[in-house]
Design a protein around this ligand. Structure first.
Ligand code: ATP
Length: 422
């Protein structure tokens, strides 16, 4: 049996991963988790999300087939007891998959991927649930059925790429209070091989613990269960009530789709190749923007203030640089997560110099005239630009990383990118 759960949380308490962690404990009586519970991040641009658009799936090997009914009752009862129904944005959904077929797998593989890359309607989840007669329960408007079905779908069909996160939870009496975590132990743990985003070295910050009043104490991300466990063993903190090692699509870039600018839609995430069309500009608040052109259309690209040092790379781009941008599009602007600078343009055509000033254009294709001495030149000059950046990949720092974004450390681990990774 696969159990999918979503949308039980609110901004000021609870979180669906905690509900899943409690359920895992309760379900021990009925079976064992096959491999790992799944923590799935869905489309990061969905307006209904509380925080990180997470959904959970628990693949369960039952001790007794006859326990299915009892398990469903337990799951629904746990959601009824723990979900924050008073929050108008909380619309829980639970889904149970008890048998499979080629058709179900094909439809779910598509649905699950669309939940990460696209925007779905509740109706689409309900149609699939009805077509395959899958047990489910949608509370309130039932929006949680989308995430619950998508997460269950990944448990059924498998994740093409995955990482692990060990999430440690707080004792209930401490929820909403300042987290007590020994900082030195975190810096020590952060150098555990095959783990990442525990701290942000450049910005000298610990980033593995949230600041919201939810039950999570901290989360350690890494390549394997053994890697996250060894980092965990080094952390000194307030008591951990429970912890779970999840397999997850975090840090895989699963949300990104290669596209041309003319095909780009708001609220989706893309990889787009093109030329810098206009030099970057910094606006009030420290946000940096430039225009990207790919021959089909132009798109604004932004490195917002929270991306800190990444902005100093973006500020150095020039018209004519060939780049590939990675990020989510909202209001026709891409929020940059990464950039691959393919070639740097070092030549800029400029009006010729004369009498210490740039000559003025006389008109289209007619040349340039010096405003002081009247001299005329036919052609523009090529000025060589001094460039202070190198081609290759650059990314936002860990403090600004989105859950799904694949960090460059993973590119280095797999060696799949031949170009330089900074
Ligand atoms: P937390 O991170 O605290 O678990 P959350 O950010 O996961 O919270 P939810 O409360 O789960 O947010 O709300 C997200 C809602 O959006 C859910 O109801 C989910 O089913 C729905 N949803 C997720 N992905 C999509 C999508 N691609 N299209 C439409 N709806 C979606």
């Amino acid at each position: 049996m696969i159990i999918g759960i979503d949308d039980t949380d609110s901004k000021d308490g609870m979180c669906t991963t905690y509900l899943a962690a409690v359920l895992i404990e309760k379900l021990k009586e009925y079976g064992t988790i096959r491999e790992y519970p799944l923590l799935i991040r869905l489309n990061p641009n969905i307006k209904y999300k509380t925080r990180g658009n997470a959904a959970l799936a628990l693949p369960l090997d039952l001790i007794e087939a006859g326990a299915a009914w009892e398990i469903k009752r337990l799951v629904v009862e746990t959601v009824e007891n723990m979900a924050v129904f008073s929050d108008e944005n909380t619309n829980p959904g639970v889904v149970f998959i008890e048998r499979t077929s080629k058709e179900l797998q094909n439809d779910l593989a598509l649905f699950s991927m669309r939940a990460v890359q696209d925007v779905l309607e509740i109706r689409e989840a309900r149609e699939l649930l009805a077509r395959y007669n899958l047990s489910h329960k949608g509370f309130k408007n039932g929006r949680g059925l989308i995430g619950a079905l998508a997460a269950a779908g990944f448990a059924l069909c498998g994740l093409p790429d995955f990482t692990y996160e060990l999430i440690a939870y707080r004792e209930k009496v401490r929820w909403g209070t300042t987290r007590e975590i020994d900082q030195e132990s975190v810096w020590t743990a952060s150098s555990t091989p095959d783990t990442w985003d525990t701290v942000d070295y450049e910005n000298k910050r610990i980033v593995f613990a949230p600041h919201s009043p939810d039950p999570i104490l901290f989360g350690i991300r890494g390549k394997s269960e053994s890697a996250v466990r060894s980092a965990f063993s080094l952390i000194r903190s307030e008591p951990v009530e429970r912890y779970v090692v999840y397999r997850t699509n975090q840090n895989t870039d699963m949300h990104l789709v290669r596209a041309r600018i003319s095909d780009v839609k708001d609220d989706r995430s893309y990889i787009i190749g093109g030329m810098v069309g206009k030099n970057p500009e910094t606006i009030e608040g420290g946000h940096v923007f430039f225009e990207l052109n790919d021959g089909s259309a132009a798109l604004g690209c932004a490195a917002f203030e929270p991306t800190k040092g990444f902005r100093s790379i973006i500020r150095q781009l020039c018209t004519g640089d060939e780049v590939e941008v990675y990020g989510s599009v909202k209001d026709r602007t891409m929020n940059l997560e990464k950039i691959n600078i393919k070639t740097l343009n070092s030549e800029v055509p400029r009006n010729p110099l004369c009498c210490g000033k740039r000559m003025k254009s006389i008109g289209r294709d007619q040349g340039y005239r010096c405003v002081k001495c009247g001299a005329i030149k036919k052609e523009q000059e090529i000025e060589m630009l001094p460039r202070n950046i190198l081609p290759g990949f650059y990314e936002v720092p860990p403090c600004a990383r989105r859950h799904l974004s694949k960090p460059l450390i993973r590119f280095r681990m797999t060696g799949e990118e031949s170009s330089c990774v900074h």
